[in-house]
Design a protein around this ligand. Structure first.
Ligand code: ADP
Length: 452
């Protein structure tokens, strides 16, 4: 359990980000420490070389020739610092400073450092050595650089400790800050769990960071759409079962009537059968419409269609069954890519409505053509019209305008929602307006992009 929690903690953004930042911080610090070491070595080396040059300069200026080397040789280097000077004259005479007899033999067996010319490591100390010819004498200096090296060591230690402290404290601060930052993600996850179990609420939209903000916005949007879909589906099932129940109850009522009374009153049979026939037809249409509503656009086969021709055929068929005259003006050929039955169903439903909601002997006008960047299909009737406040709602599933004029007319409230659904699939818009002097005009507006 404990190891599990540990592993879980290791997988958190807080832990992982801290580890990455700390490693980066450590690597950067290490790099700069190395640079610091190299620069310090270079600086110390230059200083030693300068120091040696100064000694040579001093020797050159006040040359020992006046009083002779033995009298002055110890003046140039500090015996306390264990530095040494050796002079070899042209005649072979050698003079040593106080420490020279000890220092030079020790250096003879010392180690030379590559790249740092003149630096020799004796067993105990670090020396800088240089030889120069001054007025015919060969002068060799060995400067003890132990003090400088110790200083450099000290500085390096201090700097390393400070850097280590910076990495440790920096990591803790990063852990703390990242923890605060990832708190937003943690509380987002908690909110999602709460939403999941409570089936309500939405995510808090933080102001920053913008990435989390946009995740929350998208999540809320998705949630809203999902809830709307669920609500729509629930409403659809409730509405559909209500629509199916009404004619079914009527049919069962008439069946019972025939069972109970047909023996004594056989005259009820024809009327009841006619009713059953009418209601079962209604059921058939309704169930077909419901199936159409649920058909997925993907399952349909698209092809290049002469849509004008299709519309003409539907108008011709409808003219035979409707009491109204149908006048159609169709611009041909207008080839569009789509599904044949989609266009047929759209025109058919609009024409059927025009026929249902308009008096006999009136005229229905159909127009299909293009204007500017659009292709239009309009169906106009001289019927009862649609009140302005209902115009938006008639495209909803199962919605019917319930007034004294239309309540007598058979319908299920699905026809226009089907037209709208098909129009949506073609990114077309459908609108309704009042016809003059009376009636309604339905207009489906396709963009010209659909033209082939
Ligand atoms: P249905 O006609 O089966 O009731 P629709 O979805 O086709 O269902 O139409 C929804 C409602 O819109 C109808 O009930 C009717 O009130 C109104 N409507 C549709 N077309 C017309 C029209 N051409 N004239 C007047 N009202 C109409």
């Amino acid at each position: 359990m404990k190891t599990n929690q540990k592993a879980l903690r290791r997988n958190t953004a807080q832990f992982q980000l801290t580890r990455q930042f700390s490693l980066l911080l450590g690597a950067v610090m290490l790099f700069f420490n190395l640079v610091f070491i190299l620069l310090s070595i270079g600086y110390l080396y230059e200083r030693l070389a300068d120091q040696a040059d100064q000694v040579f300069e001093t020797i050159e200026k006040g040359h020992a020739a006046k009083s002779g080397w033995p009298a002055v040789i110890d003046v140039y280097v500090s015996a306390d610092e264990e530095s040494a000077l050796r002079v070899r004259q042209a005649d072979g005479q050698v003079y040593n400073s106080e420490e020279a007899t000890e220092v030079f033999p020790a250096l003879a067996t010392g180690k030379i450092i590559p790249l740092l010319e003149g630096i020799v490591l004796s067993e105990e100390d670090v020396y800088y050595t240089k030889t120069e010819e001054i007025n015919g004498d060969q002068v060799t200096i060995a400067l003890n650089s132990e003090a400088s090296v110790e200083l450099a060591y000290g500085l390096l230690w201090i700097s390393s400790l400070l850097n280590l402290a910076a990495v440790v404290i920096g990591s803790l601060l990063i852990y703390w800050r990242v923890g605060k930052w990832s708190q937003k993600l943690t509380s987002m996850a908690k909110e999602i769990t709460a939403i999941e179990s409570g089936k309500s609420g939405e995510l808090t939209v933080v102001r920053e960071p913008v990435e989390i903000q946009s995740v929350a916005i998208s999540f809320n949007q998705l949630l809203k759409e999902q809830r709307e879909t669920i609500a729509r589906e629930k409403r659809f099932i409730a509405d559909a079962s209500h629509e199916l129940r009404t004619p079914l109850a009527a049919i069962r009522g008439h069946v019972k009537l025939i069972q109970r009374r047909s023996a004594a009153h056989p005259e009820v049979i024809p009327a009841s059968l006619e009713f059953i026939d009418k209601e079962s037809k209604r059921l058939e249409i309704l169930s077909n419409q419901l199936l159409d509503l649920e058909k997925q656009p993907m399952t349909k086969q698209t092809q290049t269609l002469d849509v004008g021709q299709l519309i003409r055929e539907v108008c011709e068929k409808q003219a035979i069954v409707s009491t109204q005259a149908i006048d159609y003006v169709i611009e041909e050929p207008l080839m569009m890519k789509g599904v044949k039955t989609d266009f047929q169903q759209m025109v058919q439903n609009l024409l059927e409505n025009a026929a249902k909601y308009a008096p006999a002997e009136t005229m229905i006008h159909v127009h299909f053509g293009q204007k500017d960047q659009h292709i239009y299909l309009s169906v106009a009737d001289q019927g009862i019209g649609i009140p302005d406040d209902k115009k938006d709602r008639i495209f909803d599933r199962f919605y019917r305008v319930e007034d004294s004029r239309s309540s007598e007319i058979n319908g299920s409230g699905i026809g226009l929602s089907l037209v709208k659904q098909i129009a949506d699939q073609y990114q077309a818009t459908i609108t309704v307006a009042d016809n003059q002097p009376k009636g309604s005009v339905f207009v489906v507006d396709f963009s010209k992009n659909h033209l082939i």
